[in-house]
Every structure is written in structure tokens, then in C-alpha cells.
Design a protein around this ligand. Structure first.
Ligand SMILES: [Zn+2]
Length: 226
């Protein structure tokens, strides 16, 4: 006769190890602790999940060991030297970033972006030759991210110091991006009313058919037609 507890469990259909379905109570993974830690670190990066993290770690530790060493050295060296450019807040390993050092760029226009990736995307368009200011985020009252955390005072100081005639707000067309743009427009208008504030136009993406375009994009494209 089995003990009462065991009988109860089996009636409920509870599975016991090694057939445990609950990962929280599963026995310790057979994966090496250090390797598992690496996988967790990669899985925490933007755009990566547990499966891709596991594949990356596996390749770095086997067929791509030289790349793994280069990655370690480059990351370590860059981490040691990287800081925000004092003029535009972009990340740089030089005292002042390459764009701010470039004397051929138009000084009178500053494009405000959320991230270095956004800056790179606009640079890749080859349509803009002015300066930048990188917010490193966007306003988020719920997380306590306000204008100070985004370096807005430094942007205002730059507008006072340099002959800027236009600020292009290139924040995302998301709720937070729009809030950030409205806030920036209001602050700039208050402190530097002579500076023209513009917003990136919203339009239809290249190669997209009208009938497959979402209503919000179409509405903006119609409103901003020229
Ligand atoms: Zn810079």
C-alpha cells in the first residue's frame, strides 16, 4: 500500500522527475554553469531570444573561437574608451565624434534622434548633412525618464551657443516618440523662439502599394501631401 501522499499525487496525474513538466522545479540543467550564464547574457540582448542566444554561444565556443576572442578584445577596449560626445551626445571613443569634427557639415541645422541607430539610419539615407543631437531614449513618465535624463538642457545650451536656425525632430511616430517631440518643441519655442522646429514628414514607404498601407500612414501622407 503506497503512502497517502503518493496516491494523492498519482490521482492528480502529477509527474515526478525525470518526467517533470514544470521547468521551475526541473532538476539543475546539465549545461555547464558558465555556458548557461553566457546564454542568459546573450538572450537578454535586444532582438535575441533563448534559442538564438544558445546558437550564438555554441558557435562562438566552437567554430568561431577567433571571432569570439576578437569580440572580447573589441568590446573590452571600446567599453574602456566610449563616452558621449560633449556636443551631440552620440557615442564615441574620440574626444569629439566624427560628425561634430566634420567642418563640411551644415552647422545651422540639428536633427534630434532617439538612438545612435536612428542617427546611423538617417546618415545612410545620404539626404541629410547637418548636425545631430542624440537623446539616448525618449520621454517616459512611467519610468521616470524626463527631459534632464535625455540631455535636453545640453541641447538648449547648444542652441544658445551656436547659430542654429532649425531643429528637426526625428523621434519615432509612437506614443512616447510623439510625446518627446511635443515636449522638445515646447521647450525650444520657450527658450529659443527664433529657432524653427520641424518634424520628419510621414509618408508612404518606397515599394509599397497604396491598398496595403495602414490607415494611420495613409492619413498622414494625405495630410502632408505637397
Ligand atoms: Zn558629436
Amino acid at each position: 500500500m503506497p503512502p497517502a501522499g503518493a496516491l494523492k499525487s498519482s490521482r492528480r496525474g502529477t509527474l515526478r522527475p525525470p518526467f517533470c513538466l514544470d521547468t521551475r522545479t526541473a532538476p539543475m540543467s546539465a549545461v555547464d554553469e558558465n555556458i548557461h550564464r553566457l546564454e542568459e547574457l546573450f538572450a537578454g540582448l535586444p532582438g535575441l531570444g533563448p534559442r538564438s542566444a544558445s546558437r550564438i554561444v555554441s558557435e562562438l565556443l566552437t567554430t568561431r573561437r577567433d571571432e569570439a576572442r576578437s569580440l572580447c578584445e573589441a568590446l573590452s577596449e571600446t567599453l574602456r574608451r566610449v563616452h558621449h560626445c560633449p556636443r551631440c551626445h552620440a557615442l564615441t571613443t574620440e574626444p569629439v565624434c566624427g560628425i561634430c569634427r566634420d567642418k563640411t557639415r551644415e552647422e545651422g541645422v540639428v536633427c534630434v534622434v532617439e538612438t545612435p541607430a536612428d542617427l546611423e539610419a538617417i546618415e545612410n539615407s545620404v539626404a541629410y548633412k547637418g548636425g545631430y543631437f542624440v537623446l539616448m531614449g525618449r520621454v517616459n513618465p512611467m519610468s521616470g525618464v524626463g527631459p534632464e535624463a535625455l540631455g535636453v538642457p545640453a541641447l538648449l545650451e547648444r542652441l544658445a551657443r551656436e547659430p542654429v536656425r532649425e531643429v528637426v525632430l526625428a523621434t519615432s511616430y509612437t506614443a512616447e516618440g510623439e510625446t518627446t517631440a511635443h515636449l522638445l518643441a515646447a521647450v525650444i519655442k520657450k527658450h529659443h523662439p527664433q529657432v524653427r522646429v520641424t518634424r520628419l514628414a510621414r509618408g508612404l514607404p518606397s515599394g509599397v502599394e497604396i491598398e496595403y498601407t495602414d490607415a494611420a500612414t495613409l492619413a498622414a501622407a494625405v495630410a502632408q501631401r505637397r
